[in-house]
Design a protein around this ligand. Sequence first.
Ligand code: TRP
Length: 356
Amino acid sequence: MSTITAARSLLASQQRSDVLEAEIERYPSAFRVLSGDRPTGALHVGHYFGSLANRVRLQDAGVELLVLIADYQAITDRAAAADLPAIVTALVADYLAIGIDPERAIIFAHSQVEPLNQLLLPFLSLVSVAEIGRNPTVKDEVAASGSGTVSGLMFTYPVHQAADILSCHANLVPVGRDQLPHLELTRTIARRFNERYTPGDPYFPAPDGLLSRAPLLLGTDGQKMSKSRNNSVPIGATPDETVRLLATAKTDSHRQITYEPERRPAVANLLLLTALCRESTPEAIAADIGSGGGVALKAAAADAINDRFAAIRVRRAALAAEPSYLREVLAAGNDKAAAIADATLERVRELMHHAY
Ligand code: TRP
């Protein structure tokens, strides 16, 4: 895609997201939202501001929320970790602690929902190998692997993601920009299925992406924040751990703290993080710190995180002490997701002349 085409399509997605936000306000019950995380480690404050808080907002606005723990996506490039069960229950604890309500939302793991996974087969028949290979994430993985070690699961994972989304007829998927091509493939699969098997009476809704409005937070080292880079503050970290993690954060040598994202990205990132926690602006935080330098900035960021997440952490600690309750919440969510996916698979079989 040329830069201009890419910019145009991003703009179109942003405009579409604004329209969708207005519709959500008016008719929340018309939306079923699916969002998900890979269980590769603890959720961190970047996830919170980038997407978790938005899920709670949507839930509280009255949309139907499904939260997927994408455990098959965690094994696209590595063996399943022995501590996966602990990571998964910790994710459930994070979800509940931040305000996802298991009475209203469905939390499930896609490995536990058999009819969802079965949809991968018919969906694979609707896309070409070349099309999957053009998906930017897949393409990057293939390019980076060089020696050809990309797994078949990695290669097909955008199709699996389509099965996640379409198995439950989600019509809205909150996304960052990098996930837009996956959603486009899901839309293609839905359209082709409808054209082939239900012409004139579409069965699968084409889901919309809801682009995140959150500003992008970097990790404490100024690089992309990531669970695996060890540059993030887990939601469930203790106040002391938070102070220690922030103490190692990158800043620069100027004592006067100013918000200049282009010129001072590491400093700007800590200001942004502090501002998000304090519901303030990075400029106001910078003015407060004045000539305190990097040490004062890091202390301010740690304090802001500790204040903002104090109540969430109290809830999280109580939940973590009840692993059997967390497993029950997940089992109940798995059952609900399976009931929905079962109905979808049954209809798909009928429509595909696979009902004998
Ligand atoms: N690919 C998403 C990520 O890496 C996770 C995910 C898997 C997902 N299936 C999904 C997100 C379905 C939304 C809908 O973050």
